[in-house]
Design a protein around this ligand. Structure first.
Ligand SMILES: Nc1ncnc2c1ncn2[C@@H]1O[C@H](COP(=O)(O)OP(=O)(O)OP(=O)(O)O)[C@@H](O)[C@H]1O
Length: 266
């Protein structure tokens, strides 16, 4: 397929294209390869789970995919729009919860969402309505006057999620969205995401919780040491086993698991 040429911009998104297509995406930090020429396609309308051990390259790959970290090589396209040559068009399609989200610390949650909404060009009346609803659903309206600097880790995650949803993106890319949030909001978030995908949105999440990925996602990829070692429909990747068993089989169990730390036993 001919690649989008920067001289002939195809800025409008194309509904026939995958929600996300990574081609040869590559990143090294000081000689150490974090993501190795990764190809990955996320079909539109899918709920896509990205899993892998610590340091596998998930955050690095997702950061490059959404335009937060410049790749050494390769391309990322969102609905056919190249993220790096057409960042404005691509980012309008994307709702992103990055790892370690930086927020304006001296604003309240409402002020943060209003600020981001205005930057996104959302009409004021619509914005107020959406901010009210998002603060309500994230249970952050109780902390109406609390500055982000005083937020707990879970509250930060919630405001980050609200910011990702605010402009009604077509593709959500969420790095460990369930980490640090309480079970009540976790259940709400599952419902929000499933409804989003059922209504035609596409979602990608990374997680270490295999049961959660199995519960939510229809398509998965397993990364290890910067490579995608398996990708496809959940049922194909896990086969007759659980996703956790497939993960351990593909990534390799730690041979030392039952050994060592003898001093810890009573
Ligand atoms: N800014 C950076 N500078 C140097 N090395 C980095 C940087 N970011 C990531 N790395 C390295 O790249 C590799 C992949 O890291 P990455 O955070 O993408 O993994 P991950 O799969 O998201 O891990 P985790 O599940 O622990 O969050 C690791 O070896 C990490 O140490």
């Amino acid at each position: 397929m001919p690649r989008q040429n920067a001289d002939e911009p195809r800025s409008a998104h194309d509904d026939r294209q995958p929600a996300l297509r990574l081609t040869g995406l590559h990143k090294a930090f000081g000689g150490k390869v974090a993501v190795r020429h990764v190809d990955l396609t996320v079909p539109q309308g899918s709920f896509f789970g990205l899993v892998g051990p610590n340091g596998a390259g998930k955050t690095t790959a997702l950061s490059m995919a959404v335009g937060l970290l410049r790749p050494d090589d390769g391309h990322s396209e969102v609905f056919g729009v190249d993220v790096w040559s057409h960042p404005v068009q691509a980012k309008a399609l994307l709702g992103v919860l990055p790892d370690g989200l930086a927020m304006p610390e001296q604003l309240t949650g409402r002020e943060v969402l209003t600020f981001i909404g205005r930057l996104r060009g959302i009409e004021p009346a619509v914005l107020t309505e959406r901010v009210d609803e998002l603060l309500d659903i994230t249970q952050l309206n109780d902390a109406e006057r609390t500055l982000v600097v005083d937020y707990s880790t879970g509250m930060r995650k919630k405001i980050g999620l609200a910011a990702a949803l605010l402009h009604r993106p077509r593709l959500l890319v969420l790095d460990e969205p369930f980490e640090a949030v309480d079970p009540v909001f976790g259940a709400t978030l599952k419902t929000i995401l499933l409804r989003f995908v059922a209504s035609g949105g596409s979602a990608i999440l990374s997680s270490h919780v295999m049961a959660l990925v199995e519960q939510l996602c229809d398509t998965v990829a397993i990364m290890a040491e910067g490579n995608v070692v398996a990708a496809g429909p959940l049922n194909e990747v896990r086969g007759d086993s659980t996703l956790e068993e497939a993960f351990v089989r593909l990534v390799g169990a730690d041979a030392r698991a039952g050994e060592g730390l003898s001093w810890l036993a009573f």
